[in-house]
Design a protein around this ligand. Sequence first.
Ligand code: IVH
Length: 681
Amino acid sequence: MNSDESRARIEKLRAVIAHHDELYYRRAQPEITDVEYDRLKRALAETEAEFPELALSGNESPTARVGDDRTEGFVTYRHRERMMSLDNTYSEMELREFYVRVGKLLGREELAFVVEPKIDGLAVSITYEHGTLTRAVTRGNGIEGDDITANARTITSLPHKLKVADGHAAPALIEIRGEIFMTTAEFQRINKLREEAAEPLYANPRNLAAGTIKQLDPREVAQRKLEIVLYGLGACEPPAALPATQRGWHEQVRAWGLPTVEKYWGAKSADEIWAAVRELDRTRAQFAYATDGAVVKLDSIPLQREAGATSKAPRWAMSYKFAPERAETRLNAITIQVGRTGVLTPVAELEPVHLAGSTVSRATLHNRDEIARKDIRTGDFVYVEKAGEIIPAVVAVNTARRAPECVPYVFPEKCPVCGTGVVQAEGEVALRCPNYECPVQVRRRVRHFASKACVDIDGLGEAMVDAVVGKGWVRSVADVYRLRKDDLMTLGKSVEKSTDNLLAAIEKSKTAELWRFIHGLGITHAGASASKDLAQKFRSLDALAESKFEDYIVDKKTVIEGIGETMALAIIEHFNDPRNRALVGELQSLGVRPAPPPERAAATSALFAGKTFVLTGTLPSMTREAATEKIEAAGGKVSNSVSKKTSYVLAGAEAGSKLAKAGALGVPVIDEAEFVKMLAG
Ligand code: IVH
């Protein structure tokens, strides 16, 4: 490779990795497996090492920084001590080299290590101040992350107070690092509900856990059971007498009542490390959660400090990742699935093959670009992998076995169902069928609308929806309310009773709760919980359909509770489509009368009505969430930043820049005692 070629290769790899970082860390929807991702990163690191003059300085290359999970809608928070990533390998030899390297670095022959399971979740830093949980923050870019405290508080296994034995005070402030994850059982429970609501399934527990913790509404988070394991130390202020070994640290964490890794091994040689890794691999299937590897850490904490770190990972630790199970099989065909919004998803129809405990005959191919990137062709022999993923993926083609007659796959230009020409929206990878009346789209919209999670029409399950759409009786959600007994009776002989039941269920659904209708409309991003907030705020389908962006804004920054900016825009766009808008009127003329939710208590205090509060620092007896709730219940609002419009700054211990800003702007500052007095009127 000459220097121009390598420059091009480096740039291409960086762009591809940046794309996958965005999908994995920010959207929790990766398109490639971890192994493929690690391969890309390794290829980049190798090319950069070969051409150091091309490797950019600082942290511009993804090889020199940690993935960034920060997302819109969260307040960022700076870690007191950086959060790092781990170097990883799939090779036994490299793991052994790591042992030798650390020995050389520290000038010692024998070193004690600890081998821990690597939990496949997302990294988090939990702060306890004087033994009370005050903050949970994602890794972010390692320097600052998203403040997910309210969401983390819904994790029942995470204590809000540290257990401290008599005579031992908890440190004034301590950051404890760990991993938030979801058990396989909980993952399966949620996917089952998704299946019933005719919604697309989540690919694996890690993505679902990451997506859940980034929900804007803690109530939504509480409905999905997340778990946590703590294994590391961040900052401790003032420096306290903490254990001097990693093992000791595990015991300390456990003594505070925090969940720790369920098993770990001590190892004093490369052989012992390898034996521990093998044993972990043999036993990990029994764990309640997905374990994608082993983390090998130097046991002595003073020696960890001596070994130090590179720009993104400690030199004293390494992760060994278990290779996912992989099978080779023939790709018999590529079929196209059309979703509720018309998106065309290519699916691999495989010669059935046994993989990680089940038989695989289909796998998603994501989109046109992915097929082209991997050059997947019908008739090819392909490798299928299932790592943490429950849904298998086609990772590569065995080109050595490619038959000469295999030609590149041509993505259809027409919808395979209705023949309409497909379109690609700007900035999107997906291709869509733009025909709103495409029978698949209609079927999926109606299935979603009638599902338990929405309007819940008993008797209008998948088969029935297919039948009534197939007959042409139902071409829109509104047509459900136009179904006629005479027609339904022609569907079979002994259907009189079930027809009556179905018609009664349809009739009953006309007065279902408003949020069920909102959810049933299938607006992008509007799940059940958001639909409840929307129902509370707008109180009728008409009002929602007429809403403008201003209606969603509470103060300059925040959008109404539970609804983010993205969702507000999606709602407006949804009703910009005259067909979606017309549906609302049609439903009403067919007798649909959604029941609005009961009014939430009106503002109770004149001292709070219309006032904006900013909270800062730690209050002596109240969490921020509790204070926020009280302010809102009394008719006030809470905002994140201090401005001239702020009515009060409610300040606790260690209040920072917000307090200074309040002083500068002349905004009144109150403490908890005054606040409590105000509440009492
Ligand atoms: S230690 C400075 N221990 O894996 C060392 N990490 O690929 C920081 N992880 O960012 C990490 N299980 O999110 C450590 N037992 C374990 C772990 C673990 C899972 C995650 C963690 C880290 C990532 C690196």
